[in-house]
Write a protein that binds this ligand. Structure first.
Ligand code: PLP
Length: 457
């Protein structure tokens, strides 16, 4: 293969010499060489070896409308010609972030009507953290500083994102985290539900861990609870039905803000524009990014609830925060077109009424019975497969995650990109997947499971 006069070997050598990848063991990478993805179309990515791989992860949970959308390229091109950049500082702005903010206010839950832009989910969580603390200061309660989060949460990779998140490996490298963030148990029934405990009771117990943290630190010290409606990078951990209503009740009772991180679940993944709507929540902030542009441009939007916005406007005073690319006109033009495509093609209704339920059914009927599968679960078009050595006892394979990596490698070799998180396989495909695409993906998953089971026996 050649790419613009470079051979794959040349590209790999330059990559090894100069390019540090995110979340990568560079010693391993140097030994293995990187997989070069060179083009993509619809639900497929193409590597330099000419393989077409069904993208079960929509890139990094973001390419919701699939690849190869000329309309999005056109929207970027036209905006770049007209006005490639201007900022929203100093009482200026440009038209596309305004139009996008209006559209997002229409799509968001009723109590959420303002937008603060960034370029990534991590940045927007940083904004969210600063904003909720600023809000309480404006309200005359500056001592309300603590944010309650959860173990296994992923809220990004900046210092604030990693501090908010509950990934112990990231904390281990963080040095000094942002102070005032505490982590409680996640609603992860597969490993944490006790013998004889119902799903319902487990959901309540997990939610009450938040209340216990509030009581321990004092409600007068706690600013907010933050959570992904479905924990994504932590392994598509889906809370029992009893969890979110109880979280909302607890937040209201103690006057704690509810911050949702919908960087993955936003823009259709759970069968509604936002998972807040799927779970009937009234959040004070919603962090969004990724599928806002289907990954075609870097853009994030922190959606801000009326209570916080009213305080900002009524009390006045500058909020000393913002980014050069807040409200980037090209990224916002692409987002507007992307939302138009999602609406026009009915992708969210399709997930809610057709492919989401079908995906759940196929996982349950075809994948769950496999000898090395302990559980399957899904919400809309995000799913998880728990890998076990013993179906009855749920004992894992030795080597912490080695089995899942083996399955992932077989899946990729057989034309399906999916991801391994610990002992859990995860999927989050583009919303353009049809029943036929789901069938094909499940065929490939089963093949990968069989091959891995033989390797691991
Ligand atoms: N929050 C969640 C829930 C995410 O899944 C991610 C990224 O995967 C982020 C935040 C961070 O987003 P970014 O990588 O754009 O900074």
């Amino acid at each position: 293969m050649t790419y613009r006069n470079f051979s794959l070997e040349q590209l790999q050598a330059m990559d090894a010499a100069h390019h540090l990848h995110p979340f990568t063991d560079h010693k391993d990478l140097r030994a293995a060489g990187s997989r070069m993805i060179v083009s993509a179309d619809g639900p497929y990515i193409h590597d330099s070896e000419g393989h077409a791989i069904l993208d079960g992860m929509a890139g990094l949970w973001c390419v919701n409308v699939g690849y190869g959308r000329d309309e999005l390229a056109q929207a970027a091109f036209e905006q770049m010609k007209e006005l490639p950049y201007y900022n929203s500082f100093f009482r200026c702005t440009t038209p596309t972030p305004v139009l996008l903010a209006e559209k997002l206010a229409e799509l968001a839950p009723k109590n959420v009507n303002q937008v603060f832009y960034g370029s990534s989910g991590s940045e927007s969580n940083d904004t969210a953290l600063r904003l909720v603390r600023h809000f309480w200061a404006l309200e005359g309660k500056p001592e309300k500083q603590i944010i309650i989060s959860r173990q296994w949460a992923y809220h990004g990779s900046t210092v604030a994102g990693a501090s908010l998140g509950g990934m112990s490996a990231m904390h281990g490298q963080l040095g000094a985290p942002v102070p005032g963030i505490v982590h409680v148990m996640p609603p992860y029934g597969f490993e944490l539900r006790q013998a004889g405990e119902s799903e319902h009771d487990f959901g309540l117990r997990a939610a009450r861990a938040v209340e216990e943290a509030i009581l321990e630190h004092g409600a007068d010290k706690v600013a907010a609870f933050i959570g992904e409606p479905v924990m994504g990078a932590g392994g598509v951990k889906i809370a029992p039905d009893s969890y979110w209503p109880e979280i909302q009740r607890i937040c209201r009772k103690h006057d704690i803000l509810l911050m949702l991180d919908e960087v993955i679940t936003g823009y259709g993944r759970t069968g509604n524009w936002f998972a807040a709507q799927t779970y009937g929540l009234e959040p004070d902030t919603i962090t969004t990014a990724k599928a806002l542009t289907s990954g075609y441009q870097p853009l994030s939007a922190l959606l801000v609830g009326d209570r916080i916005a009213k305080s900002l406007v009524d009390k006045g005073g500058e909020f000393f925060h913002g980014y050069t690319y807040s409200g980037h006109p090209v990224a916002c033009a692409v987002a507007l077109k992307n939302l138009e495509i999602i609406e026009r093609e009915g992708l969210i209704e399709r997930v809610r009424d057709d492919t989401g339920p079908y995906f759940a059914e196929q996982l349950a009927q075809r994948v769950a019975p496999h000898a090395i599968v302990g559980e399957t679960r899904s919400a809309g078009l995000m799913g998880a497969i728990e890998i076990v050595r013993d179906k009855q006892t749920r004992e894992r394979f030795p080597g912490g995650g080695v089995a899942a990596v083996c399955i992932r490698d077989h899946a990729i070799a057989n034309g399906l990109m999916l991801r391994a998180v610990g002992d859990t396989m995860i999927l989050s495909p583009p919303l353009i997947w049809t029943r036929e695409t789901i069938d094909l993906a499940i065929d490939r998953i089963l093949k990968a499971l069989d091959l891995a089971a033989a390797d691991l026996a």
